[in-house]
Design a binder for this molecule. Sequence first.
Ligand SMILES: NC(=O)c1ccc[n+]([C@@H]2O[C@H](COP(=O)([O-])OP(=O)(O)OC[C@H]3O[C@@H](n4cnc5c(N)ncnc54)[C@H](O)[C@@H]3O)[C@@H](O)[C@H]2O)c1
Length: 431
Amino acid sequence: MAIILDMEIINGFSCDNISLWSAVGKRAVMGEEDKDEISTRRVFTRGAFDYLPDGDRYLSRAPEPQFGFAVIGCGNMGQEHIRNTILEGRARVTGVYDPAPKSVQFAQRSAAKMGVELPVYEDVGEILQDTAVDAVFICSPNFTHLPVLRELAGCGKAIFIEKPIATTVADAVEVCSLLDAHNALTRIGLQYRYKAVYQEAIAEVLQQQSIGRVHSVSMVEHRFPFLDKVDQWNKFNKFTGGTLIEKCCHYFDLLNLFAGSRPRRVFANGAQAVNFKSFEYRGEGADGLDQASVLIEYENGVQGNFNLCMFVPGSVEELTVCGDRGRLFASESARLGEETRNQVDVWLGDHGTSRSVQPHYAPHIHRAGHHGSTFYEHVAFVDDLLSGSNSGPSGEDALWSVVTGAAAQASIEQGQPVEVKQFMDKELCRT
Ligand SMILES: NC(=O)c1ccc[n+]([C@@H]2O[C@H](COP(=O)([O-])OP(=O)(O)OC[C@H]3O[C@@H](n4cnc5c(N)ncnc54)[C@H](O)[C@@H]3O)[C@@H](O)[C@H]2O)c1
């Protein structure tokens, strides 16, 4: 039995009051994992149905949190994780640690609007001591990921670490081996895999193999400039690792995933063309590039390319995958102030049924951050905590997303193609 997730059920109610919680359902139509009875639990948050006696609540009964999550770094992304933890419902936030008082106060105010009080930890050591913590989310800036992880390594609690795992190849290798050796579940915040259009693309290209054997993969990201951050860390390569690591590790992760291989040779050009030319912070100018073109030759012969522009009034992402039976095109775009438009086209010619779909998530899930992908990243993380499995993305996936970006940046600096194996050897020798 296939069940179509019925988002219409929330019609007539304010979406802000209602949370439709689903343990399944990254694609619009569920298939083989269906049980005889509806496996999707529809739960309405307490706000709309609080007049009901507890014993009368079934659909409106929120899931009992089974796990405790502590959040390190509660700026923009830490708050997105707090929001999605509350929305997803099977875990609660035990507290936050952040050296910036304004970040903590803002996170507390935002959580209070969702009816949740946020305790504050004095330091990472206090999180380690707290037996209510099952998983620790590392959401501090890129350059802090490795030192924070060193404090947590082997602590027995699950670790979720934001992308990019580190700012250099050598540090990324160390992060990867600490995660490998860790004695609990680990996860990387490469949640673009959970965007509606890429879930559809993964199902078509990798699971159903509709377009046959993949030969080329290309991606475009055109978007607005980097936003303000605490201490403006994202304007400086020494803190981010460089734009192609900081932001674009998401796209290199997707390119590597669809190519089904590792990069052998990378050739790129790029520049700081427009953004932050006269920006200065504590006497230093910004140095991140804002446009780039990257060509990737994969070990299995797949051709990859990526194009970045960061001075666009809105955002658009495009993925094109060509195989020997057809072509898939996926795009997610939003002009400033407009609704997001999602599109996936599969052209199969005379190999089968061509189709066009507009996959999307429920509005309140979409609004919870990164177009709903963070919510489903949480669903997968909690599912893995419950089942003991590890659905990824893994430390190794994250390492290769950093390596691809670092190789592209090295190619821009050197003005020539970079052989990835030699590049990695050199980077690791430098430490
Ligand atoms: N997965 C995604 O799509 C996505 C999106 C945005 C940011 N991120 C990643 O999340 C991380 C945080 O980015 P952000 O946008 O929230 O930045 P931010 O500047 O908004 O917030 C970072 C917070 O970390 C705090 N912090 C700094 N050093 C710390 C430390 N040693 N320990 C604890 N807290 C510390 C800062 O005070 C700040 O409040 C970065 O690694 C970034 O790349 C991921």
